[in-house]
Design a protein around this ligand. Sequence first.
Ligand code: TRP
Ligand code: ZN
Length: 504
Amino acid sequence: MSIRTKATAAVASAAAVTLFAGTALAASPGAPGVGDPYFPGYGNGGYDVSHYDIRVNYNPTGDQLSGTTTILAKATEDLTQFNLDFLLKVKTLRVNNAPASYAQDGDELVVTPRGGLRKGQDLTIVVTYADTPSQVKDHNGYTAWTKTPDGALAIGEPEIARWWFPANDHPTDKATFDVNVAVPTGVEAISNGTFLGTTRQINGWTRWNWRSTKPQAPYLTFLTIGQFEVRQSTAPNGQPYVNAYSESLGANLDAAKASVERTPEVIDFLTENVGPYPFEAQGGVVTPYLGYALENQTRPNYDAAFFRRGANTYVLAHELGHQWFGDSVSVHHWRDIWLNEGFASYMEFLWSEHVGEGTAQENADFTYDSYPADSPFWQVLPGDPGAANVFDGAVYDRGALAVHALRVTVGDEKFFEILKTWTAEKKYSDATIEEFLAVAERVSGQQLDQVFQTWLFTKGKPAEAPGRATQVAAADAKVAPKKAAEPKSRAKIQLTHELLDAHK
Ligand code: TRP
Ligand code: ZN
């Protein structure tokens, strides 16, 4: 204790000399949020996380989660205290090996390290905890953790971390992850990245070890526990490839496999169109208990319902498209959600054309025609949908039309150059719609704000579908334009969007 105090004092005074050189800056509490206008409590100020080591035990019987998360971070300002986003019951908390006092206040875990922290200081934060996550509600009374008959799912957007590990829970603070989960032997525990194998525990349990070496947003980090068939192999590009199929998929199992087993093929297709695949592993997980799909980094999770009418590779094109649009390049604020959903939805149009089930233009025409001008659909702005409408259908469908509008305005060559420039320049980072506009204008050499204004930021149905071939002769001008024919891909794309959109 006395040694520790002296060491801290020495470090602190050295830092004061080098960093502050005489200026008396007062330390203050870190902000309880990163300043996201839609979700003010998300993330925290004052520090930057570089790594999470999540080491937990989970017993499906009783939904018991316990363990330790170790966070490596750096203080970005002088701090008297800082927050983590966390809901479970904390048992102990240390900062740089010293016990720190803490308080749990709503969705925030407020940490007060002894003697405060200096800007630039490296932090090792160790939190031990135990709780029953399915019974823990956030300040809205909402529970994102799903207890299933055979295990649990920690899968959610825009938030899930707080139900299973303490985090700086915002996509603007990405980190690498080790996820090590012990479960009773015979139960499977799946997460992101590379599978490092299982280790037997002395008590008859087995630990599953997963590693993500590329920057990853906390909400994209998942845990799927239950009875699964796990398939491990190597993708044609040499990357480790792990799929997991719930043993409760019943009649949907074969259709699920006929889709998800094509993951490397879809990744290769997207690579050609939008740039190099940004991550180090591949895969997919299918469960009957999710209700939707989520673009978890390297390994999306899919509900079995996507495959209830047979194989559906459109939901793969969507979730794997998110690996570039959403996971590698994340939203700066949740208002920028079009950068995720508009582009992931457009990848379905590209895939439709690739597999000969309708061109992107035919899909755009049909989508445009399927919403009458008086539909409330046209009243939600994909460029600023509001916190309650972040996953509204308009963000997906009108969002995809906006991407197509850009494409027909700049032409194919510039369009794909814009996508590749964007995914390269913003790789592993976060960005705004305004930054996308700037890149699109720079690469194309065209002024594009009108296109964005029309498709993202103006209520009401735009006068014409983007790029539609309207060779209506002058004499026919009074005849209503012909409705677009339904592309073969439409039923699957529609099923995909019905299940994906309109979530919280
Ligand atoms: N982003 C997901 C997708 O389009 C869908 C989604 C929206 C979601 N909200 C969610 C998934 C909440 C899980 C939880 O692929
Ligand atoms: Zn999506």
